[in-house]
Design a protein around this ligand. Structure first.
Ligand SMILES: NC(=O)c1ccc[n+]([C@@H]2O[C@H](COP(=O)([O-])OP(=O)(O)OC[C@H]3O[C@@H](n4cnc5c(N)ncnc54)[C@H](OP(=O)(O)O)[C@@H]3O)[C@@H](O)[C@H]2O)c1
Length: 407
């Protein structure tokens, strides 16, 4: 009879309840892998148990409460008491990661968090272990299933943003308050964690520049289709000029990019480095049972040492002005010379045009350009000048384009 491994559970909501159920189902299969039988020893919710009881009765603590406090204090106290901790809490790790990892190292325990980024997609383990030998240059991620679902529906069915959001809420892909998802903040927290691991440098959520999808229109999708582009909410973490840039914003992708074919509520992460060229991982991004699988995977890993707690080995500067290709959408008066003037102002900023779509709409015309990469500050300086020209009928709209294709 295998010895019992006692798992203390903080939180019994969507993920916590699914985790408890999965652990019960899988306990027999875990015995041959670890030599131990995991068992939930105590549970804490708002109406059940105390933290002290859970701590005292456990060899390992699983934190599935979410948010900052009391989750942060509980995780710190558990590690100070010598317990390994598994958490799926991206907000906590992206804002207090350094404090938590330092505490794990000082106390010789493991802090595992696969479920915090991209649900069941095993990107944390791949970055920390499988790809530990490569120098990561760039990560692109679709790390929020809600927004990917909304954008997929807008593109496939011509729905407006509001219609697609309503549908996502009906199907349970979006919460009643979708703010964190649609503003890009949820994805920013996940990209902060990925950047921290990829570049071994501290990255706080506050350093991630993010922009959401609320302002996107079905019209943008239509033009993009003509140009062979698909629109996604993309997180990027990359080395730039001796520093790093970490950001989240809507971006167009050419069809050959590995993330272009990630549809619906799925997540995917592309890791690039010179040695490996590109590795893409994809799968379901969230949901109780899916995230519970990642959490239980972490528990099993913690039951088999050795520990791996990321150390800071670099102090890279976070750079915000980076190069990007752009999609620029303008409503203009339909008269000769408009394209030439726009091209001249953009050219003064060093921008060059990759493709153009122009459509007449009576007295107005719609002009959509794709530009080759240039510094964002120079692009927006050009757009500001264009916005002041007398033939412009509404404020120009800009969306970044990821100008990369892998073959
Ligand atoms: N849901 C997903 O698909 C998903 C995916 C990836 C990661 N995550 C992460 O997983 C974590 C849990 O998410 P969830 O969706 O399972 O949340 P949830 O359904 O809201 O469950 C939260 C649980 O924590 C308990 N709790 C809240 N505040 C507490 C407090 N002050 N003291 C003690 N217990 C407290 C709640 O107690 P009551 O039962 O008494 O309310 C509930 O059992 C979060 O960090 C989230 O970001 C979730």
């Amino acid at each position: 009879m295998a010895e019992t491994y006692r798992v203390g559970l903080l939180g019994h909501g969507t993920v916590g309840a699914a985790f408890a159920e999965l652990l019960g189902e899988r306990a027999d299969e875990i015995v041959p892998i670890t030599g131990l039988r995991p068992e939930i020893s105590a549970v804490l919710t708002r109406s059940r148990g105390t933290f002290e009881e859970v701590l005292e009765s456990a060899d390992l603590i699983v934190e599935l409460i979410g948010g900052i406090e009391p989750a942060r204090s509980y995780v710190l106290r558990a590690m100070q008491a010598g317990r390994h901790v598994v958490s799926a809490n991206k907000q906590l790790l992206s804002q207090h990661g350094e404090e938590l990892w330092a505490c794990a190292r000082e106390n010789g325990v493991q802090l595992r968090f696969e479920g915090a980024v991209a649900g069941v997609v095993p990107v944390i383990r791949v970055l920390q272990e499988s790809l530990a030998a490569s120098r990561v240059e760039r990560i692109h991620g679709i790390v929020n299933g809600t927004t990917n679902y909304i954008l997929t529906e807008m593109a496939a069915r011509g729905l407006s943003y509001a219609q697609a959001l309503g549908q996502a809420q009906e199907l349970g892909y979006a919460e009643a308050d979708p703010t964190d998802d649609v503003t890009g903040r949820d994805a920013a927290a996940k990209m902060a964690i990925l950047a921290r691991l990829a570049f071994s440098t501290p990255v706080h959520l506050d350093q991630v520049v993010y922009e959401g999808i609320e302002h996107l229109t079905a019209d943008d999708m239509e033009y993009a289709k003509e140009l062979g582009l698909g629109l996604k909410l993309i997180g990027t973490a990359e080395r730039v000029d001796g520093g790093i840039s970490v950001r989240v914003h809507p971006a167009f992708l050419y069809a050959a990019h590995p993330l272009a074919s990630v549809h619906g509520p799925f997540n995917a992460v592309t890791v690039e480095s010179d040695a490996i060229t590109e590795v893409t991982l994809s799968g379901p991004g969230a949901g109780g049972p899916q995230t519970a699988t990642a959490v239980l995977g972490d528990v099993i890993s913690a039951m088999i040492p050795p520990a791996s707690t990321p150390e800071t080995t670099a102090a890279l500067t976070v750079v915000n002005d980076v190069e990007s290709a752009f999609y620029l959408h303008m409503e203009v008066a339909d008269r000769p010379g408009v394209l030439a003037q726009v091209a001249e102002l953009l050219g003064m900023q060093g921008a060059s045009i990759r493709s153009v779509v122009q459509k007449g709409l009576g007295e107005h015309a719609r002009l959509v350009l794709i530009l080759h990469p240039l510094l964002e500050s120079r692009f927006y300086a050009g757009v500001h000048l264009i916005g002041q020209l007398d033939f412009i009928r509404s404020a120009p709209r800009a969306i970044r384009v990821i100008d990369e294709e892998f073959t």
